[in-house]
Every structure is written in C-alpha cells, then in structure tokens.
Design a protein around this ligand. Structure first.
Ligand code: PMT
Length: 402
C-alpha cells in the first residue's frame, strides 16, 4: 500500500522525536519514499544524520540551504509529497500552522502543500488540554487537516494523561486507511442536514433544541474526505467548515430546511438527515415583540412537515438515512421510523446516555439497515462515528445495487 508513496515527515522538537526514527524506518521498509524535515529544536533531540541514514535521503532543516538552483526546496517538497505527516507535532507547530506562520523549512512547506496533512501531537497533558491548543486543533480540523490523537499514559514530563505520541505502527495504519479509503465515495453526491431549526415566535423569541450541528458537520467532512461532493444544509450553529468538496447552505426554520432539501434531493445519491428538526412551530408568528401580560401564556402550536417522511415518499434511487434521537426503547423506535419513513438505514442514538447525542464531541450509535441488521458503533469522537457510518452506508449501497 505504501510502495512508492512519497511522504514528507515533519519532525518537531519533542522527546517523542525518537519515535519518528522508528516511523521513518518502518515507512521506508514498506516501500515509501521518505523525506524528513526537522525543525531546529528537533535537531536538539535527534541528529539529522539519523534520519538521513534511515530514509536514505537528505534531511531538510534550513529554508535557505538551497542545494539545487533549479528548485526552491520547500515548494519542491510541498509539490512532491503525496502526504505529509508531522510526528511528533508540538504545541508550537500546531499553533503556527493554525495562524499561518511560515518561519522555517517545515512551516513554509506546510503552507505551500496541497497534499493531505496528518498531525500526530505529542506534549504535556496540560498543554494538550490548554484552550489555545484545543482551539487551534479544532481550527485545523475544520480546514481539513487530519489528527492522529495522542495516547494516554505516563508522559516523559512525569505527568500521567493524554499527550503521548501515538505508536509508529498505529500512525502507519491510519495512513494506510487513508490511502485505501480515500476515494470510497468519489463521484457520489451526498446531502447532509445538520443542527437545529429555529421556529420563530416574534422578532426576539424562538423555539429550538440542543443540537450543535457537530454530528452533521462530522458526517459532511468525512463524506468530503472520502471524495464525495457534499451539500451541507444546516440550521443555526457555531460550527465552521472549509472543504473544497463541501457546499454549505444555511437555513433557519423547518420550513426552510424542507424547501432547500427538496430542491437538492433529485440529484443526490445519499441523503443523511442528522438535523434535529422541530416537530412543531407556533401557529402565529408575531410581527411585533409580544408584550408581557399578567397570568399564563398559551402558545398554540402546529405540526411542521416531516421532511424525512416526505423524502421517503418521493424516493427514487437515493440512499436515504435518518437519525433518531431516543431516550426509551431506542432500537424499537428506530426500527419503527426506518419502516414508516421508507429509509434505507437509520442511525439511533440514546440521547440520555453519557457521551452520546446532543452537543458533545462524542457519540455512541446503532446503525440499522433495511435488513434490520444492527451494528453498534461504540463511544468515539463524532468524526470517527461519522467515518464508521459512511463506511456502512457505502457497503449497504453496494449490496443494494448488486
Ligand atoms: O448536533 P449535535 O449536537 O451533534 O447532536 C447530534 C444529534 C443528537 C442531533 C443527532 O445525532 C441526531 O440524533 N439527530 C436527529 C435528531 C432528531 O430530530 O431525531 P427525531 O427522532 O426527532 O427525528 C427522526 C428523523 O426525522 C431525523 O432524521 C430528523 O432529521 C427527521 N425529521 C424530524 C422532524 C421533522 N419535522 N422532519 C424531519 O425530517
């Protein structure tokens, strides 16, 4: 899988840079061409000669050490790479990349490349959890950078916690997965709905729910990473996404969502409805702010249209996936929705469970297909849950076609 792949390995200044030596050796043994870029601080931990011997290639650490007058070294490396891995990635390089600083050989190459970039952080647990670093990692993730989460355990600094560079074998597995899976949805059009809807009461008030959009955004990103052309239709959320394969459409109410989804529906191959759409809206939308009155207030509500139901009714070749947020009889209720709405699959989450459902960064779901085959996807980040769901969809889509 790695034979003849061109990999740039960025090594930054952390004690875990010794593991980057093992990574270089293993990548080379698997047939990859590895070129190592070291930051100045990395050279304090391991000498460039070590990486040169292991990779059988010159090692780069000085932007101005231009050996070939025909080329600009960092642009040449940026264009040459099929993939860039930064391992270990320090808090410093993560922050520099997130704000566009290019002041050495590694960061200039990173800004110039179009290749996928995998970042394997390694640092003290408190640094890893610092809000500045959390924010920068989130920003990079939104831009399409991939993270290989550090492991937890005893750290070189003496603390116990998350921050240990992932093992070279695992880093290689992740890369191999990327190379084989990269294109599994190439050529497919995927529509994802995300977030809550807002049902307006008057110019200052609305009814909504706790959906943050994270699950839907993770699905959109994973589908785009797998090569699909994605339309992401989202209610009001704080999430950001920048991906060449994603077109984002912002809506407010269930009615808006109904109209936009139906406009796009006929041309889609896969539709995933992760949005938490309001089931009711106020019967009257007041044009002026409602005045406080003594005593109780009763709002008369009417049903919104069930978008998923209407998509199920109009379905032609689309692979239609619903979500179900349940608190009791989770599987039974999910199965009922799967059948009643003519879906190809449903993803059920028990939103009363710790770490599952609304707002957090993790989820735990059960994927049920038309044959009522159940697959439990254990507690994981929403990104990983999303990838898992899309792999299942891809498999079921192929089974239904053949
Ligand atoms: O956004 P996050 O904070 O990350 O949270 C993720 C999530 C909990 C919102 C997500 O995982 C989830 O479960 N989404 C569906 C929530 C929901 O509305 O479930 P439901 O059981 O009420 O609806 C079932 C399905 O019908 C859903 O696919 C929903 O999009 C759809 N529906 C519902 C009502 C309606 N009027 N039209 C619809 O299309």
């Amino acid at each position: 899988m790695l034979t003849d792949k061109k990999i740039v390995l960025g090594v930054t200044g952390g004690i875990a840079s010794y593991k980057a030596c093992v990574l270089t050796s293993k990548l080379t043994q698997k047939g990859a061409h590895v070129r190592v870029i070291m930051t100045e601080s990395a050279t304090k931990f391991v000498t460039p000669l070590t990486f040169q011997a292991l990779s059988r290639n010159p090692v780069y650490f000085d932007t101005f050490d231009e050996k070939d007058p025909q080329k600009i070294a960092h642009i040449d490396l940026a264009d040459w790479a099929d993939m860039i891995i930064i391992a270990p990635a320090t808090a410093n390089v993560i922050s520099k990349l997130a704000i566009g600083i290019a002041d050495d050989m590694l960061t200039t190459t990173l800004l110039a490349t179009k290749a996928p970039v995998y970042i394997a952080p390694a640092m003290n647990v408190h640094m890893y959890e610092h809000p500045a670093i959390v924010k920068q990692m989130k920003q990079l993730e939104n831009w399409g950078y991939h993270f290989i989460e550090p492991g937890a355990g005893h750290l070189a600094c003496g603390w116990v916690g998350k921050g240990r560079l992932e093992e070279p074998e695992t880093i290689i597995e992740v890369i191999e997965d990327h190379l084989t899976e990269k294109q599994i949805l190439k050529g497919k059009k995927v529509l994802v709905s995300a977030g809550p809807t807002r049902e307006i009461i008057d110019p200052v008030r609305f009814l909504s729910n706790r959906s943050s959009g994270k699950m839907g955004f993770a699905l959109a990103k994973a589908a785009a990473d797998f090569g699909a052309n994605v339309t992401l239709i989202t209610g009001p959320v704080h999430e950001h996404i920048h991906h060449p394969n994603i077109k984002r459409v912002d809506i407010i109410s269930a009615e808006d969502m109904y109209n936009v989804i139906h406009k796009h529906y006929p041309t889609q191959d896969i539709v995933i409805k992760a949005a938490a759409v309001a089931d009711y809206r106020p019967k009257i939308v007041h044009e002026e702010k409602m005045k406080k009155q003594s005593g109780e207030l009763t709002l008369e509500m009417v049903r919104t249209q069930d978008i998923l139901q209407s998509l199920g009714e109009k379905k032609k070749d689309q692979f239609l996936v619903g979500f179900a947020a349940e608190t009791t009889n989770v599987i039974e209720n999910g199965l009922k929705k799967l059948k009643a709405k003519n879906l190809n699959a449903i993803v059920v989450n028990d939103v009363s469970e710790q770490g599952a459902g609304f707002a957090g960064d993790t989820n735990k779901v059960t994927y049920i297909n038309r044959d009522e085959h159940l697959e439990n996807i254990p507690l994981a980040t929403k990104q990983n849950v999303a990838k898992h769901i899309l792999r299942r969809i891809k498999r079921d889509l192929e089974d239904e076609i053949t």
